[in-house]
Design a protein around this ligand. Structure first.
Ligand SMILES: [Zn+2]
Length: 370
């Protein structure tokens, strides 16, 4: 009896150690220049790959033996030229599966360097043409899939961030706080985007204080595909108030920022971000997409609002505001107007003006995805 029990126990201990040794956790994912890099805890062992061609798409499957996906890791929000979709999942207990649906065939698929798996992606101008014709053919051949495609588009997740809140009132003019106005406009924007089929999250829905880090972490945790921060401006003290008015849209740039000091603060100091996370926040992909989004939103706001109102264009600008940097998705910050300007304050508070304004933002978002 004792002998039997000890064998069972031994088997139990053995299997537990074996299991613990082979759990190769995915530590980090990074979408770089034409490649997707996955970093694991231990050296990568066996990988099986498979390519399936269907409907003008090539589905590449990479099965990483003993790979384990922590709950917080995901790549579904990544976007890349020539790639329709990225997916990552726990295929079964012993296997982590990466799926990349590509519009074109890749020559060299992947390489392994110790703990790092690099998957190569195509991105030439030719890919764009291919992707276009593949899409076109795809839609022609499968008209019933068209509807499905539309629904998928509608499920894009947009994060709206109403600036300030709680004890942080923001700018003010004639007793009106920025925090109140940004929430009002954000709620209107949420309704407009939901009507167009987007999935929308708001960093706050009532008068509540949030740190800047709270806002970007909220967005990152919800896998937002776009981060829209809403603000309002005020003329600086001592400046002629009626001289300052108009809209401006910001996207991330580190050109004029103290990069070394900031970077140190971001991943060693108060923000505790890893080097990899910082790279993701400042990737050239994200900056290019943010710029495109900012330009589209600015132009559509002007077209919509100017149909009925005068609106000064302060243009598209770049800055290293934390909300633009800390989000891993394309991000813009909209300064909707000046609370210190008499006429603009009246406009900003009016329902009709706000409606034109948020329609402009939504048109800009639509244009970005077209
Ligand atoms: Zn503000």
């Amino acid at each position: 009896m004792i002998k039997k029990l000890s064998i069972v126990l031994l088997y139990f201990i053995f299997s537990q150690t074996l299991f613990a040794q082979t759990n190769n956790y995915l530590r980090d994912t990074f979408l770089g220049n034409n490649k997707l890099i996955l970093t694991f805890k231990y050296n990568i062992g066996n990988i099986k790959t498979l390519a399936i061609e269907r409907n003008g798409l090539v589905k590449y499957i990479y099965d990483v033996k003993n790979g384990v996906l922590p709950k917080t890791k995901t790549i579904s929000h990544y976007r890349h030229k020539g790639v329709k979709a990225f997916r990552i999942g726990q295929f079964n207990k012993e296997c982590l599966r990466v799926v990349i649906e590509s519009y074109s065939k890749n020559k060299k698929n992947y390489s392994i360097n110790g703990k790092r798996l690099t998957i190569y992606l195509n991105a030439s101008s030719q890919v764009d043409r291919n992707s276009y014709s593949a899409k076109k053919q795809h839609n022609k051949k499968n008209s019933h899939l068209k509807k499905k495609h539309k629904i998928n588009h509608g499920k894009k997740t947009i994060i709206i961030d109403p600036g300030h809140g709680g004890r942080d009132v923001g700018a003010s003019g004639k007793g009106i706080y920025e925090k109140t106005l940004t929430l009002e406009i954000s709620k209107r924007l949420r309704r407009e985007l939901q009507n167009r089929g987007y999935k929308v999250f708001m960093t706050r829905t009532y008068d509540k204080y949030l740190s800047l880090k709270d806002r970007t972490e909220y967005a990152n945790a919800r896998n937002g595909e776009m981060f829209i921060s809403i603000h309002a401006n005020a003329a600086a003290k001592g400046k002629p108030k009626q001289k300052y008015q108009g809209v401006e849209v910001f996207y991330l740039s580190l050109k004029n920022s103290d990069r070394v000091r900031k970077r140190r603060a971001y991943y060693k100091g108060k923000y505790y971000y890893s080097v990899a996370a910082y790279k993701r926040m400042t990737s050239s992909w994200k900056i290019a997409k943010s710029r495109k989004l900012a330009r589209g939103i600015r132009s559509k706001i002007l077209t919509n609002v100017r149909k009925r109102y005068k609106l000064n264009d302060k243009g598209v600008k770049s800055s290293d505001f934390w909300v633009l940097l800390g989000s891993t998705m394309p991000a813009v910050l909209i300064e909707t107007g000046y609370l210190t300007h008499n006429k603009e304050l009246i406009n900003l508070r009016s329902k009709r003006y706000q409606e034109r304004f948020v329609k402009g933002i939504a048109d800009g978002i639509d244009a970005y995805y077209q």
